[in-house]
Design a protein around this ligand. Structure first.
Ligand code: IPM
Ligand code: MG
Length: 370
């Protein structure tokens, strides 16, 4: 088997702790000869700033660009609250997304039956939930120019962010959502704010056209993003694939995460366009949650979103569908047996630490592999 290269960027806070659980799983897979991953590790976020004075070094950027896939933990923490804006921990992640061209962010929100009571919503609202948020990741207000704070003649300040989308950017993310919907339940809900934003008007037009001309077999609905937020907490099972822009996707996916019981449960994949020569996509996999500096080092972190993100890497970057399915099943079984990290425990329930959760998932995974 050809060596597949993984570049690990654990980052800050709980990032290294949850990444360690993935490394244990990779060591097992390589040891068994089921995979042949070569690993390299780098720094991103605050840890990179402390070492190199930048949120990611040029050397690590080059490694990320060369790798078959990047596994990313989390960045940020109060320690770096006052570093220069361009060096803030999040800048490392945003640069990776932009320079690797990772325009398609897939955020599946699945409510494991065992966790239906961990959600802040009623069991019947979330039980069996399986939706996919497809978020545009390299455009919109995150990257639009101008992006600045200027001082006006009267001494007042004026801050500008720019929400901008081109036809091409909308078309390519729409195709990702339609293609994924075809392999699921065949429905796309496109969320924007066409009632107040020109970018929403264009988004709506382009998605409608792609749907009509290329995906007549997929049912397309348009929904205003604020209504989408409301519907997500009212009756989320009405959705299959939600297609949305960078900023709305950021907000809607945090809602999606809480439907599953905890932010600690939601994995994500960020994919680029297929290379014209090799067909391979650049890819980065990361949990949706942040670096949780308040619990870093306490063993309370939930490694599931990180492990499930690695599962997405197996599926989307390496075509190891069977292994990915078994890893997901291992997570479901461990939850079914009642293991809980603190974030997904009910009042009074016993909890396990990060390592014990990782070890239990690896144990079930081994059993499933026979
Ligand atoms: C996310 C995060 C990031 C974002 C931050 C860390 C820059 O919230 O991936 O959802 O806003 O995209
Ligand atoms: Mg977010």
């Amino acid at each position: 088997m050809a060596k597949n290269s993984l570049f690990l960027l654990p980052g800050d806070g709980i990032g290294p702790e949850i990444m360690a659980e993935v490394e244990t799983i990779i060591a097992f897979l390589n040891g068994k000869g089921l995979t042949d991953f070569s690993l390299d590790r780098g720094l991103v976020g605050g840890s990179a700033y402390d070492a190199h004075g930048a949120a990611i070094s040029e050397a690590d950027m080059a490694k990320a660009l060369a790798a078959d896939a990047v596994l990313f933990g989390a960045v940020g923490g109060p320690k770096w609250d006052s570093v220069p804006y361009d060096c803030r921990p999040e800048a490392g992640l945003l640069r990776l997304r932009k320079d690797l061209g990772l325009f398609a962010n897939l955020r599946p929100a699945i409510c494991y039956p065992a966790l239906a009571d961990a959600s802040s919503l009623k069991r019947e609202v979330v039980e069996g939930l399986d939706i996919l948020i497809v978020r545009e990741l390299t455009g919109g207000v995150y990257f639009g120019e101008p992006k600045e704070i200027v001082t006006l003649e009267n001494g007042e300040k004026r801050a500008v962010d720019t929400q901008v989308y081109t036809t091409h950017e909308i078309e390519r993310i729409a195709r990702v959502a339609f293609d994924l919907a075809k392999a699921r339940n065949g429905r796309v809900s496109s969320a924007e704010k066409r009632n107040v934003m020109k970018s929403g008007v264009l988004w709506n037009q382009v998605v409608t056209k792609i749907g009509k001309e290329e995906y007549a077999d997929v049912k397309l609905d348009h929904i205003l993003a604020d209504n989408c937020a409301m519907q997500l907490v009212r009756w989320p099972k009405q959705f299959d694939v939600i297609l949305t822009d960078n900023l709305f996707g950021d907000v809607l996916s945090d809602i999606g995460a809480m439907l599953t019981g905890s932010l600690g449960m939601l994995p994500s994949a960020s994919l680029g366009a297929p290379d014209t020569a090799t067909g391979k996509r650049k890819a980065l996999y990361e949990p949706v949650h942040g670096s949780a500096p308040d619990i870093a080092g306490t063993g309370a972190a939930n490694p599931i979103a990180m492990i499930a993100s690695f599962g997405m890497a197996l599926r989307y970057s390496f075509g190891l569908i069977d292994l990915a399915g078994k890893l997901d099943e291992a997570i479901a079984r461990v939850l079914g047996k009642g293991l809980r990290t603190r974030d997904i425990a009910q009042k009074g329930e016993a909890t396990v630490d990060t390592r014990a959760m990782g070890a239990a998932i690896l144990g079930e995974f081994k059993a499933l592999l026979g």
